[in-house]
Design a protein around this ligand. Structure first.
Ligand SMILES: *Cc1c(COP(=O)(O)O)cnc(C)c1O
Length: 397
């Protein structure tokens, strides 16, 4: 499972934050440089053309990359596209779903990422049709699905605790009640096997800069179930989602299937970086990845609990109930994480008191887990977090 040689990681660092920003694949700089020199530099505008017309195929890349990501999330070929940011794709998926129902309630949970909830609020205001957002505890979601709810908007893996929703079970329950489902896979894609087709998801979205190593600012992806792909209203009806962008027609006509979810010019440089990371991901067996991830998280939890009595597990104890991250709670969590980072163990902090550690078996192994546990034990045991230098907050935590 280990592909440490495929990534460029600084010496002496144990990187447990690949769930937030995946590290650089070693072939990315070369691929991006090639894109700049041989594609943009040499082909100029011709780069948009397909390779058969001496271009670099930039225009087709969002769908090609979509299929490569599609394999990781169990999507039918041709039903995923790439572009924009995840927040924008949440907007599009939710707006499309709301346009398919007369019901006015959006159901989500308090473990959802704020941007998803903010986007829902903003969209409701823009629509001005009396929609409301019902946010409940994650454990209460199943019981809150009723005939008033139009759309269930959930993130499968909770960004704070790593708690994993039962995507297939909740989707089945929602469908029985006539509710459409939008699943956010930000902390799932590349973290564990996902099967949007089997689960019956109506829409799914996610990002490529976390577990998928596409780099900061890498584009998001969106999946539309084939049964909706020909009828979904993309909400952001940009020219590249038009059926014939270069016909420059007066009025919008949606493109074929999920291609209608494209909006404007795709980020070609970022897509070159994403191609380089997908060269690695194309070869990863997700079942194997999941087993390795569980071995690492189980070992980490056992190690921390044996050595750090002050830390309380905030993640589900059963591995089947969590994604590929482990969180602990401590009132001085922020300073404690800063102290860990100073000792070479990079995790992160999520307010109010969550110390979060992501496990990515492509470049983290059992020895790293043991070394990380030793550092955390020292930080907690020797109260290194008391040092004032670790209390100053940066813009990004
Ligand atoms: C990381 C994350 C986002 C971030 O959205 P961007 O538009 O890429 O900044 C949104 N939603 C969830 C669930 C996330 O985990």
């Amino acid at each position: 499972m280990l592909r440490r040689g495929s990534f460029s990681l600084p010496e002496g660092v144990i990187y447990l934050d690949g769930n937030s920003l995946g590290p650089l694949p070693i072939h990315t700089p070369e691929r991006v440089a090639r894109m700049l020199r041989e594609e943009w530099g040499a082909m100029l505008i011709g780069g948009w053309n397909g390779v058969t017309r001496n271009g670099a195929g930039w225009m087709e890349q969002p769908m090609k990359l979509g299929d490569r990501i599609g394999r990781l999330i169990g999507a039918e070929p041709g039903h995923v596209t790439v572009g924009d940011t995840l927040s924008i794709k949440v907007f599009q998926a939710l707006a499309s779903a709301l346009a398919m129902t007369d019901r006015k309630v959006i159901l989500s949970d308090s473990g959802n990422f704020p941007s998803d909830l903010y986007i829902a609020e903003g969209l409701m205001g823009t629509l001005g049709q009396g929609h409301s957002l019902r946010v409940v505890e994650p454990e209460a979601v199943a019981d809150e699905i009723d005939g008033e709810v139009g759309v269930l908007l959930l993130t499968e893996v909770d960004y704070r605790t790593g708690r994993l929703h039962d995507m297939a079970g909740l989707t089945a329950r929602a469908h029985q009640a006539g509710v459409l489902c939008v699943w956010d896979l930000a902390h799932s894609a590349g973290a564990l096997p996902v099967d949007v087709r089997r689960a019956g998801a109506d829409f799914a979205v996610g990002c490529t800069y976390k577990y998928l190593n596409g780099g900061p600012g890498a584009p998001a992806f969106i999946y539309v179930a084939p049964r909706h792909a020909g009828s979904a209203r993309p909400a952001l009806s940009g020219w590249l989602g038009h059926d014939a962008p270069f016909a420059f027609e007066r009025s919008y006509r949606p493109g074929d299937g999920v291609a209608r979810m494209r909006v404007g010019t795709p980020p070609v440089i970022q897509m070159a970086a994403l191609e380089a990371s997908m060269d690695i991901w194309d070869t990863v067996d997700l079942q194997e990845l999941r087993l390795a991830s569980i071995r690492l998280t189980e070992r980490f939890i056992a190690g921390v609990e044996a050595t750090c009595p002050d830390l309380e597990l905030a993640s589900p104890r059963h591995p089947a109930a969590r994604g590929s991250q482990v969180s602990f709670q401590h009132p001085e969590g922020y300073a404690a994480i800063q102290a860990c980072i100073a000792q070479g163990v990079i995790g992160d902090f999520r307010a109010p008191d969550i110390m979060r550690f992501g496990f990515t078996p492509l470049y983290i192994d059992e020895d790293d887990v043991d070394a990380a546990v030793a550092v955390i034990a020292r930080v907690m045991g020797e109260r290194l977090w008391e040092d004032p230098r670790y209390r100053e907050r940066g813009a990004v935590t």
